[in-house]
Write a protein that binds this ligand. Structure first.
Ligand SMILES: Cc1cc2nc3c(=O)[nH]c(=O)nc-3n(C[C@H](O)[C@H](O)[C@H](O)COP(=O)(O)OP(=O)(O)OC[C@H]3O[C@@H](n4cnc5c(N)ncnc54)[C@H](O)[C@@H]3O)c2cc1C
Length: 399
């Protein structure tokens, strides 16, 4: 029989790499030769280097339970431990200093996600940690004192296993949902899966003339008549619906069930009263036709679309249409365009303090595989990194 490693990490993405780094460092560090990573791609960290448009939005200055969806108790524990770990100092200690932008997003000072991957890889190589690429783990089986991991290249043995195989979106990076098959074999359940941080399909009638336009707006996601999530920033009109930062941010409010729509507030910097006054003034000028009530106030094409939705040509109705431009959401572009998976392995069967399965001893689940998803803005990489560190620390104290 081949060597029995102390820890096998399945998946060389954000959570798996960080877990392996932590396993080889600090108090009770393991020897690099006792930790190995199995990655199905020909390289580790393919998704990590694509984050933040290649700049690596790793964290956010504003950080709390309100930025995550998932089981409340699990998320609360995660936030508390994450604050204790202090990821920014941790990264700094590894040689990855961060910078913070005005909107709170934190990036590596280099503004290159690839520099983060290079540093993690350099650390693992310095510690002698073994990485097998092109190693797709087909099955994990539990024997009495170790696990057997089967890949196309053969079998590997480990005392403890960390499953860091990601979710089911952006399968070009190696994440096609096989994670759930591996975990379900051990009795774990998955919750409903839905693409999040994704472009939205909407009814097209009201916006068909707007394709290609990018506007600043306050966008609110409504579900069954209730406002669920709001974001202010860019919205881009496309031939399928809407995209842009605000849309990514609010998209996680939707799951395809019930009545879902967006309320777009153009000119969010103006109050309704200010807008009514501006429109009234324009309508009082004899040389301005009613059909031009919004020209010079909004982009002409947006103005025309808004006027079509206004109940009457009164300034009040027009201003209300500017402030509450409703669009029915009919779907999204799907998992391959999404940045994160909403839903995943149910966290009721995973210990938030250790990331160890409550069903199988010595089996840990970290990162996006779990039913936790974060807002757009660095929250998902933070969850991946920190959950990897939490698992590592529990392993190091138990080995
Ligand atoms: C284009 C894009 C941009 C993003 N930008 C940001 C951003 O700026 N900020 C942010 O916070 N989040 C961002 N995200 C989300 C973030 O990247 C993920 O949530 C995070 O990488 C999840 O980490 P993970 O370790 O759980 O999974 P992943 O990073 O997806 O890694 C999982 C790894 O496991 C491997 N694997 C899967 N199955 C197997 C198997 N059976 N055997 C062996 N290996 C396997 C995969 O090949 C992959 O390398 C972005 C996502 C995308 C797609």
């Amino acid at each position: 029989m081949n060597k029995i490693y102390k820890v096998a990490v399945i998946g060389g993405g954000a959570s798996g790499l960080m877990c392996a780094v932590d396993l080889c460092s600090g108090k009770n560090a393991l020897l690099g030769k006792d930790v190995f990573i199995l990655e199905r791609n020909d390289r580790v960290g393919k998704k990590l280097i694509a984050t933040g448009n290649g700049q690596g939005n790793l964290m956010n200055e504003r950080f709390g339970a309100e930025n995550y969806r998932g089981e409340k108790a699990f998320v609360d524990d995660f936030i508390r431990i994450a604050k204790e770990i202090d990821l920014e100092s941790y990264l700094n200690g590894l040689g990855i200093p961060l910078c913070t932008l005005k909107d709170g997003k934190k990036y590596p000072l280099s503004r290159q996600a690839s520099s983060v991957l290079d540093t993690l890889r350099a650390y693992l190589s310095f510690k002698g940690c073994i990485t097998e690429t092109n190693a797709f783990v087909k099955s994990v089986k539990s024997r009495k004192e170790y696990f057997v991991l089967t890949t196309e290249n053969g079998e590997y043995f480990a005392e403890k296993v960390v499953m860091a195989t990601g979710g089911t979106c952006a399968k070009q990076f190696g994440t096609d949902g096989y994670s759930y098959i591996l975990a379900e074999k051990f009795g774990h359940k998955k919750t409903a899966l839905y693409p999040a941080l994704v472009q939205l399909k909407t009814e097209m009638n009201a916006i068909k003339g707007l394709k290609g336009l990018k506007e600043v707006a306050s966008v609110t996601a409504y579900k069954n008549g209730k406002p669920i999530k709001n974001s202010v920033g860019d919205i881009l009109f496309t031939d399928f619906g809407v995209s842009g930062n605000t849309v990514f941010q609010v998209s996680s409010a939707f799951d395809g069930v019930g009545d879902e729509f967006l309320s777009i507030e153009f000119l969010p910097e103006l109050s309704l009263e200010q807008l009514i006054e501006i429109i009234n003034k324009r309508l009082s000028l004899k040389h301005i036709d009613k059909s031009e009530a919004l020209s010079g106030v909004l982009n002409k094409r947006v103005g025309q679309a808004v006027l079509k939705l206004a109940k009457t040509s009164s300034a009040v109705d027009i201003a209300n249409a500017v402030k509450n431009f409703k669009l029915k959401v009919t779907g999204n572009l799907g998992f391959n365009f999404a940045q994160v998976t909403k839903g995943g392995i149910a966290t009721k069967d995973v210990n938030a303090l250790t990331m160890e399965s409550k069903l199988v001893k010595d089996f840990y689940i970290v990162g996006e595989t779990l039913d936790v998803d974060g807002d757009c803005g660095g929250y998902n990489v933070t969850f991946a990194f920190v959950s990897g560190i939490i698992a590592s620390r529990a392993i190091k104290t138990n080995i």
